[in-house]
Each structure stands twice: as structure tokens, then as C-alpha cells.
Ligand binder design. Sequence first.
Ligand code: HEM
Length: 467
Amino acid sequence: LHSRRKGKELPPGPPALLFLVKFLALRRSIFDLPQLIRELHARHGPVISVRVFRPLVFISDCHLAHRVLVQSGATFAHRPDIFEPGLLFTSGARNINAAPYGPYWRLVRRNLATVMLHPARVSLFAPARRRTRDGLVGDLLAVAGSRPVTVRPLLRRAMFELIAYMSFGARLGPEVLDEIQELQLWIVRSILSYPIFYLCPSLTKRLFRKRWAVHLAVRRRLCEIFVPLIHARRARDEETPAPCYADSLLALRVAEEGDRPLTDDEVVSLCSEFLSAGNDGTATVLEWIMAELVNHPEMQARVYEEVRSKPELSEGDLQALPYLNAVVLEALRLHPPVHFLIPHGVQSDGAEIGGYRVPRGAEVGRDETVWTAAREFRPERFLDGGEGCDVDITGRKEIKMMPFGAGRRICPGYTLGMLHVAYLVAGLVRELEWLPPADGEQVDMAEVLEFITVMKQPLRARTIPRC
Ligand code: HEM
């Protein structure tokens, strides 16, 4: 790697050994890294580098982040090999996130962004979204009353069922959903242990034999469940109302490799990514929003006033609910689920900012120099005339917040994610009043990094049916 640098200076930072010792001695896990990086920025400035096996460059300044991710988008659109969860287990079957910047990435990303998530295709799933919303409200109504409920499992399950339906075009039974959800959770949580196996596979696979065996077993089981679901789509009735993600993948051809179709392994990897990416961030933002609305009853009342003015509360109504949309944006600014952002990399020499990986700080959204009272939940800032009213969530013009990343690797599912969040919050507030577990109690808004940033204490709330 060093040879690829051709003598270029790296940005300032601590010596490698000092960093490693500090990290190992003071911190308990990789999830404490952001705090350490914050301290290093305070000492060395907005662009720092650390060396852990390879040079890592961290950027905390939003103008620089814009220059790197948007203006020099192509240079930094690569993903470093070390962050390729799944690749080791799948004979190289990459998902979009793990694919290097190149023709395969372009093919599968374009398929998701412009075929599966084309507004016309997304609208075909409106009945499924309505079913999800009504089912979730029904589940909460069944337990509504004076006792608090832990809502996280209900939110995650409802979202997961919807995304699984969009993925396979079939409504799966509760046992199989339980199992897939568990496998997917296991994969996401173990992402940070993959580098162990990547670094020196022949040794580490032997050293951590048991852990390696579990990885393989999880992947094998995922294939056992997914492959029949995918093959069933080949034999489907062409009249099926909403073509699912698996259908779009089966229709793909890799032009650079003799027009071959995707392998089963590739389709499994891509569906698995769709399930995690489509579910985790959305369910997490949903939980943060409901927690904020419990802590701010006046804001909840304002959302309620808006949503009750729409008797049908269809998806088409959402655009006309400015306060609800402001609540969603404010939650994405203050509680972006992806803090420990997925690293970007450069493939060749000559990058303007001399590093190979650029994990960007989602702290941008909480920057006091950009936002007034940046650590407070204030949806009003996104209403007309507010400081955030003209914010560009894609960061194309400038970066003030980037819950979905920015540049070529920006989340391709951001409009779907925002639709799901807004639609479900609207339904949950219209049918139920959300109260703290006990009168006068505040919901604890502490966060914890579990690959994505979730509420440290899962939200518990009393839900009372609206009359
Ligand atoms: C509120 C919900 C969501 C949030 C907060 C979120 C956030 C993100 C972020 C921060 C990234 C990294 C971008 C980068 O590296 O620059 C990302 C990537 C990605 N997201 Fe999302 N996402 C959400 C929903 C979705 C949905 C609904 C889907 C698909 C159905 C999706 C699919 C993906 C994929 C495939 C990538 C990898 C893109 C690439 O490497 O080219 N996400 N997301």
C-alpha cells in the first residue's frame, strides 16, 4: 500500500503505534472509535490520518467533505477491500455496498435505484405499505393501555415484513421471518469481525475456527432459505402485480462477462443487503421519532392536527404535511442511524486529499457552526423561513447534514426510506397517543453504536387509542 502512495504526504495524525495503544488501552470496542477521532480532530485539525494496517483519513469539515465526496466523487467512490462483508463467504458474490467502483457496481446499483426504486414500481407496493401500517397499528392497539410497551420489536418486525415482501414478492410466515430476521441481524452485527478473516485468512480462519464455522453456517442457511424463494420467482405468473427485487435481479445481465445472468450466490447477497439496508435505518429513525414525540407532546399534537386533516391519509397526502416532513428531517439530522459511515476509498494515486479511506463524520448534522442549538430537536428549523428550509438532503450543492451519505455512493434508497418513515409516523400518531412509561418521565435519548446508531434503551411508551 505504501508503494501506491508514491511518497505523498499524509494529513497530520498520531503515530500508528500510539494510536493503536490508545485505542486498545483506553477503549473497549471499535464503537468507541468516533470519540477517539473527535479528540484527534480537536488536536490535529479537520483532516487527520491514522494508520491501522493502511492509512485512514478522517474529515470533520462539511466543506471539505463536499469537496471530497461530491466534487471529487469519482475519485472517492471506491470501497476498500477490507470492508467487504460477505465476500469471504460467497465466493466473491458482492452486494452493491461492497462492490468496487466499476461496471458491476454500476449495473447492480442502477438496477436498484432506477428499476426497483423507480417511483412507478414503488407505487405498486402502496397496498403492502398500507397493510404494514394497519398491521402495526393493530398490534399496538392490541396492547394499548396503561402499561408501557417496548415498541422496538414491533417496529422492526413490521418494517422487515414489508421489505421481505418487496424483496421476494411473497408474504412469508412468522417462523421463516423470525429466522431470516435473526440471520440478518447476526450478519450486520458481525460485520466488524470480518476484517480479522480478511487480513490473513489462512491463519485467522484456523485461529478463530469456531467463529469462522458460524459465519459459514449462517451464510449456508441464508442460501437454503433464499434460493427456493428466488427460484419460485422464475416460475411466477407474469401478471403478478408488483415485480419484486428478486425479479429485477433475475432479469439482469453482466455485459462485461459475456452477458451472463447473476448467480444464485449474487442474488442471495443482493437480497440480503436489500433486507438489511431497507429495514435497519428506517426502523431506527422511526423509533427515534416516536421517542422525540413522546418527549415533546406539543410537537406530537401538531403532527396529529396535520394528519387528522386528511381523512384517508394516503401516500399522496404526505407532501401536504409540512410539519410531519420537518419532524422526519430533524430526526435524520439529529439521529442519523449511520454515524460510523461506510468507508470510501481511492483506487489509484493522485487523490486530492491524500488518503485511501474516508469514513465521513455524520457529526456534520450536529455542527454548532452550521445549525442553531444543533443538539436540540427543533423540527421548526425545516419549515418555511427556517435555517433548514432549503436544505439539500443529497448534499449535491453543499453539505449541512448527510444522513444518507453524499456523492456517488449516496444511499440509493433514501426516498423510499423517507417515504416509509413519514407514512408510518403519520399512521402511528393518527391512531394512537404516545405517552411516556410513567407520567412526568422523560424518555432517555442516549445512543449506542451497534454498527448503526440506535437508542441505548429501546423505546418504552404507553399508547392510548385516539377517540
Ligand atoms: C432511513 C433509512 C436509511 C438511511 C438512514 C440510510 C443511510 C445510508 C447511508 C449513510 C449509506 C452510505 C452512503 C455512502 O457510503 O456514502 C447508505 C448506503 C446504501 N443504502 Fe441506505 N439508508 C436508508 C435506507 C435505505 C433503503 C430503504 C435502501 C434500499 C431498499 C437502502 C440501500 C442502500 C444501499 C444499497 C447502499 C449502498 C450504496 C453504494 O454503496 O453504492 N438504504 N445508506
